[in-house]
Structures are given as structure tokens and as C-alpha cells.
Design a protein around this ligand. Structure first.
Ligand code: WTA
Length: 710
């Protein structure tokens, strides 16, 4: 009897806790790693896990650091004295550019480091050997040096997917200049905010690039970026403009006298110059990568040279199974962390051939990726669930028409539905490739959860066990451990630091601690890492077999096609429109892009809703953030559902947009508005044929709890 009472009490507690849900997940079937791969993979012996058990922490990670060439070996593997600002390989000195370029130039100079495919199929691909890469990196480093840039300075790149981008990154890294690459699809204004936040005085861009058949004017964004930065008090002295076609200007926007310079002109002045790589501290920053969070201000995640390079080299070796003679193609954009870690730094540190593709995957048709794979002999393929869903939708039978063979394939950035996973495995991988579903984040530098492709069984929809040397735990809101196999979800945390973890948020160390470590920290004075679990901001559950299933963000971040968009950023963009009084952004489940954004706005008294206001909101979002953030719908509503303290209940409008149950609304200050909004939005969506299918359990959970953090 007493037990029964306790059980009821427990259940009530579970009900009331947003992050902890009692769920009845369907377990998926296992797939064996391909036998051919198991025999030759870099990690082929399960005993590799014994080298990374907790009793061997942190020294286990020297195996990763030993993949690099060091000028000076470290004295201390992990210094925790300024917790949670972990320092890896303290006392060590190295150079990322040397590790990705020079050392391979010495051993295999004529091997392709990069193969670039322009989007137009009429343009030939370009293979850039390690020797050529060496020359180009040195010359561009000479350009940067000539501008007076030095170690510790920041430089912003707003570059498309062209080889000039890794060249520029490696040139900056050579000198210790901290680079911040902003995704080219982001607007000029978004680039401007990031220039200002990082304090960059030089912007590197390109006149134009191809996207879905159009040669876009990209230079125009540089002008907007410089202006936006100036509004925040940051002056940009120089804008370096690469030309998509050297010697010919592809943009319509004029060059600004004294400020804008063509890079090909500058390079001509530094032809053949060599810039020795600087011996930099392992703990010096390599780059900043901006990402969204719960406030409007993006977070510049600062990554170190030594720890980051060691981690991406190690995980590229064991999880991507990169061997020097592979042809590796990651379709992500270098403007995201995936491209930094697994197009540029990881693969090049291992001296392999990394493919870069300029355009959209389905241009001119859905066979393009498979044609590229066949043409170049790509044997490792890496992409996102959104790209897989899209290619499946537009060309489900295309892969069979091409003669390529992948040994491993990666998926990253969002949860992948088991059904989509199976198409990837069967049709794209032709039953012969291992899939690694890699769970990680901008902040984490590299993979945290994944199967080892030559060893572990795969399970669709689960990323697999923790990566080597990573010790996750799922905690409930009261910091109790949620046991594996309990069928319950909670907040996934990582108990111990790892070399790839970011060092801080640029210029916001308090936010670094409060966002990622404060939640489960027991003693802010503690210098023992055991007291500082890393809070990833994702909901997850662990099956009895130890495999993790990632459910998605628990904060106010909307993951659109693998791109993190903060609700506050979207809302502040909408609020720049004069007529708008209040704005709320919510996710809507989408069969291709995972989630898309819907915006709700209410207008100032006396202002009438119109297509014109709607359009202004759309333009404001595209201008401030970029086209990727364009809302699917903008709903002008009479009022927002609010709590008595005036907080907008995003979960209620999210439920409206997704046709799910709005849950308990009795605590609202204005419950009557919920019905009005539902009527307005859902009838409009019905008329447009936008009634969604029934949501899966994980999707429904996300919508139900959306915005509960704020
Ligand atoms: C989500 C991308 C499920 C997750 C590398 C995380 C995933 C956020 C996976 C980070 C995966 C990433 N399965 N969800 N395999 N990988 N995510 O910073 O919510 O762009 O927190 O880094 O994407 O996105 P970010």
C-alpha cells in the first residue's frame, strides 16, 4: 500500500517535471558493421575502449594529441585550476596550419589536399595538392601579415564554399590570428554583429558564388556588414575581396576606395613568400564560431589550438575512419562547426583528400551528389538528415544509377528518423557502408556520441554510445541520475572535460559558466572537474544497451535544417518593425527541414494588420539573420497568450501551429485568446493545405515543452 502511494507521488513528480518524461519508445533493430570495414578500420578491436576508461582519464587523450606534430610537448595534460575554464596540454606548443599543411607537404606533396567542385557542371573541378595548398596558405598569410595582423587579433570571414576559405583559415592559423567564419547564407547584418562582437578590423569575403544555378552578388553583404559593425562602434579598415573568377568582378556593388581590395591583386605582391608557422601555445585560441542561444546576442564559441586539433584529429581517425588514401566528402558548409572540424581541420590533419562542393546538393538534379561521388571516387560521405530527407524526396532511386562505394557515412546536426536512416543505409550506402550518427555541438568541437564504424552495431535513430573518453550522464531537474533503460528522458550532460570542448564564450565568460556549467554545479569554488558536469541543452534518453537517443533542444533554440536559430534573435528582428508590439517565434515540424519557424506578432494599438506588415517582418528577419531564418508563416494575432506575470507562452502557440494539444491553459492571464488564435491560424493553414501529419512522440514532446526554459 505504502509503495503504491509512493509510486503515485513519484508519477506526479514526473508529470510536473518538463524535462523528465515517461515514455514508451519503440526500440529499433540493430545493423551489424560491414565485415569488410570491420577488418581494416582504424578502430577494429573493441579493446580500444579499455584505453579510454575513466581511470585512464585524462591521460587517455594523449593518444589523440600524439596524432599531431608538436614544437614542444605539453607538461600537463589537463589543468583544472580555473574550473570550468579547462586547459588542455598546458605547456605544449604547436601550429594548426603546420599540422594540416606543411607536414604533409614534406611526405606527400603531390597528393590532393582539397578537391573543389564548382556548382556549374560545365566548370571543371580543381584538385589542390598539398604543395599547392602550402604555397597558397603562405601567400595569403603574407597578405595578412602585410596588413599588420598578428597573433591574438581577430579576423572575420564571410566566405562561401570555395577553397579560398580553408586557405584563409589556415593562413590565419599560421600566424595565430583568431578567425571567425560566418556562414555565407547569413545576412550582411548578421556578419556585422559578429564582426563587432569579435572586434575584427578586417573582413574577408568574395564577390559572388553559385547557389542553385545563380551567381549571387555576395559583396553587397560586405557593405551591409561594415555598416552594421560601425553602428556597434566597430570599424572595419579593410575588406579583402576574393574573386570567383580571378581578374573579373562578378558583383554589381562597387568597391569602396581605400577600404576594399581584391585579394588576387594583393597576392600578386606576395608571390612565393613563405611565412614560418608560429609556435603557439596549445591553450591559445584557434577560432571563434558563433552560435545561437537563449538571448539575442550570439555566442562566439572559442576553441583552442591544442585540445581542439587533437580532438578533431582523433575523432576523424576513429569515427570517420579516415586513412590517408581516402577521398572524403562532407557536404556540410565550412561556415558551421561541422565544416571546421570535419572538412578542414580533422581531415587535413590526417593528410587525406577533402572534397569541397560549392552549391546545393540537388543542383541541377537529385543525382548530383552521387555523380560527384562516382566521378571522384568518394568513399567517405558525410551529411545532414535534412539533406538526406531532401534527396530522398526528390530522387529516391538516383543513388542506384551511379557506381560509387562508400565505406562509412555520417549524419549530423539533427535527430534522424529511423525510416530516413534506413533509406540512407539501404539506398545511399547500398547496404555496404557503416553509418555513424554523430551527436555533438558547436561548443563541443567534435563528436560526443557515435558508434565506432568498424566495431559497433548501429541502431536507427540512436547516435550510439558515448565517444571514446566521453562520460555522459542523464540528469533530471533535481540532478538525480536517470538510469539507462528506464525509458525516461532528461538532460544529457558530460561529466568530465574533453580536449575539444570550447574554452569560453568570447567576451562573455559569465554566460559561459551560467549557460553550460551552473545548472548542475555543486560548488562554484571547486577545482575538481567532478563537480562541473557540462550541460549540453539537449534532452536525451539512454536505452538499456547504453545507446543514447537525442530528442532535441531543451532551450529556446529552433533547429532548422541543422541550423540553430535562437527565438530571441528572430523575435528581436521582428520587433525592429515599427508596427510590431510583441513577437514570438515557434518551431513547426517539417518533413524535409526538420523544423521551420513560424512567427506570431501582435501590433501596436491602432495599427491594422496587413500583408505589408507581414512583409516587413519577413524582410526584417532576412536582413538581420538571413534567408535560412525566413518564417514559413507570419501570423498577426490580436494578442499573445500570456502568464499572469506577462510571459508569452510559446508552447501554447507552438501547439497551435502544430495542431497539437495546447495543454493546460487555465493559468493564463488571457485564456480566451488561445481559442481565437487557434481558429485564425488553423483555418488559414487548412486552407493552405498545411495540416501536418500526426507528430511522433519526440516531436510532440518538444512542442509541448517549447519555451519552458524562458
Ligand atoms: C542537434 C552541430 C540529434 C542537438 C554539430 C545539438 C543532433 C545541436 C545531432 C547542435 C544528432 C546535433 N542527433 N541531434 N546526431 N547532432 N544535434 O551547434 O540538438 O549546429 O545540441 O552543431 O544539434 O547544433 P550545432
Amino acid at each position: 500500500m505504502a509503495d503504491d502511494v509512493n509510486e503515485v507521488a513519484d508519477e506526479e513528480e514526473i508529470e510536473s517535471s518538463e524535462a523528465l518524461i515517461a515514455v514508451h519508445w519503440r526500440e529499433e533493430e540493430y545493423y551489424d558493421p560491414p565485415a569488410a570495414l570491420a577488418a581494416v578500420a582504424n578502430a577494429s578491436d573493441p579493446a580500444i575502449r579499455d584505453q579510454f576508461t575513466e581511470d585512464k582519464f585524462p591521460d587517455c587523450f594523449t593518444a589523440y594529441a600524439d596524432l599531431l606534430t608538436w614544437y614542444k610537448r605539453w607538461d600537463t595534460v589537463l589543468d583544472t585550476s580555473n574550473a570550468p575554464f579547462w586547459k588542455w596540454f598546458v605547456g605544449g606548443e604547436l601550429n594548426a596550419s603546420y599540422n594540416c599543411v606543411d607536414r604533409h607537404m614534406e611526405t606527400h606533396p603531390n597528393k590532393a589536399a582539397l578537391i573543389w567542385l564548382p556548382e556549374p557542371e560545365s566548370e571543371a573541378h580543381q584538385a589542390i595538392t598539398y604543395r599547392e595548398l602550402y604555397v597558397r596558405v603562405n601567400e595569403f598569410a603574407a597578405v595578412l601579415k602585410g596588413l599588420g595582423l598578428k597573433a591574438g587579433d581577430r579576423i572575420t570571414f564571410h566566405m562561401p564554399m570555395v577553397p579560398e576559405l580553408p586557405v584563409a583559415m589556415l593562413a590565419a592559423a599560421r600566424l595565430g590570428i583568431i578567425h571567425s567564419q560566418v556562414f555565407a547564407g547569413f545576412s550582411g547584418t548578421a556578419a556585422g554583429h559578429r564582426i563587432a562582437d569579435s572586434g575584427s578590423t578586417v573582413l574577408v569575403t568574395m564577390d559572388g558564388y553559385y547557389r542553385s544555378g545563380d551567381l549571387l552578388d555576395h559583396k553587397v553583404k560586405a557593405d551591409e556588414a561594415v555598416e552594421a559593425a560601425a553602428r556597434e562602434g566597430q570599424r572595419v579598415d579593410k575588406v579583402l575581396v576574393f574573386r570567383r573568377y580571378p581578374g573579373q568582378y562578378s558583383a554589381g556593388t562597387p568597391m569602396v576606395d581605400g577600404r576594399d581590395v581584391f585579394v588576387d591583386d594583393l597576392l600578386a605582391e606576395h608571390k612565393g613568400e613563405i611565412v614560418e608557422p608560429a609556435a603557439l601555445k596549445a591553450t591559445d585560441p584557434l577560432f571563434l564560431m558563433y552560435t545561437s542561444g537563449t538571448t539575442g546576442r550570439p555566442k562566439g564559441c572559442q576553441h583552442s589550438i591544442g585540445g581542439y586539433m587533437a580532438y578533431v584529429a582523433g575523432t576523424s581517425k576513429y569515427y570517420q575512419d579516415i586513412h590517408p588514401d581516402d577521398t572524403y566528402w562532407c557536404m556540410a558548409d565550412i561556415g558551421w562547426i561541422t565544416g571546421h572540424s570535419y572538412i578542414v581541420y580533422g581531415p587535413l590533419a590526417l593528410g587525406t583528400t577533402s572534397v569541397i562542393y560549392e552549391g546545393t546538393p540537388n543542383y541541377p538534379d537529385a543525382g548530383r551528389p552521387w555523380r560527384i561521388a562516382q566521378q571522384l571516387g568518394v568513399n567517405i560521405f558525410h551529411t545532414s538528415p535534412t539533406a538526406i530527407r531532401m534527396l530522398r524526396k526528390v530522387g529516391p532511386d538516383e543513388p542506384a544509377k551511379y557506381n560509387y562505394h562508400f565505406k562509412t557515412m555520417t549524419t549530423v546536426g539533427e535527430p534522424i528518423e529511423p525510416e530516413v536512416w534506413r533509406w540512407y543505409y539501404t539506398t545511399v550506402g547500398k547496404h555496404e557502408a557503416a553509418i555513424t550518427d554523430t551527436w555533438w555541438q558547436t561548443e563541443t568541437g567534435g563528436f560526443l556520441g557515435s558508434t565506432l564504424p568498424g566495431i559497433d552495431k548501429m541502431k536507427p535513430g540512436s547516435c550510439g554510445p558515448a565517444a571514446l573518453g566521453i562520460y555522459p550522464v542523464i540528469l533530471d531537474e533535481d540532478a538525480n541520475e536517470v538510469p539507462a533503460g528506464s525509458g525516461k528522458a532528461g538532460n544529457i550532460c558530460i561529466r568530465a572535460p574533453w580536449p575539444g570542448v570550447f574554452q569560453t564564450i568570447w567576451g562573455q565568460p559569465e554566460r559561459f559558466v551560467s549557460t553550460y556549467y551552473a545548472k548542475y554545479n555543486k560548488d562554484p569554488e571547486s577545482k575538481d572537474w567532478h563537480d562541473w558536469p557540462y550541460f549540453a541543452g539537449d534532452g536525451a534518453l539512454q536505452a538499456a544497451d547504453g545507446y543514447f537517443r537525442i530528442l532535441g533542444r531543451v532551450d529556446d533554440v529552433i533547429n532548422v535544417a541543422g541550423h540553430r536559430l535562437g527565438t530571441k534573435e528572430l523575435e528581436s528582428a521582428a520587433l525592429t518593425v515599427e508596427e510590431v508590439a510583441e513577437a514570438a517565434a515557434v518551431p513547426v515540424v517539417d518533413d524535409v527541414r526538420g523544423r521551420v519557424v513560424e512567427m506570431y506578432v501582435s501590433l501596436k494599438p491602432g495599427v491594422e494588420g496587413s500583408a505589408d506588415v507581414e512583409n516587413k517582418v519577413r524582410i526584417a528577419i532576412e536582413t538581420d539573420i538571413g534567408k535560412i531564418a525566413r518564417p514559413k508563416n507570419i501570423w498577426i494575432v490580436p494578442d499573445m497568450p500570456k502568464t499572469r506575470s506577462g510571459k508569452i507562452m510559446r508552447r501554447v502557440i507552438a501547439a497551435t501551429s502544430n495542431f497539437t494539444d495546447t495543454g493546460d491553459i487555465t493559468t493564463l492571464a488571457n485564456p480566451e485568446v488561445v481559442e481565437k488564435i487557434r481558429e485564425q491560424v488553423q483555418s488559414a493553414k487548412r486552407a493552405k493545405g498545411e495540416v501536418p501529419r500526426e507528430l511522433s512522440e519526440t516531436e510532440a514532446h518538444e512542442i509541448k515543452t517549447f519555451g519552458s526554459e524562458s
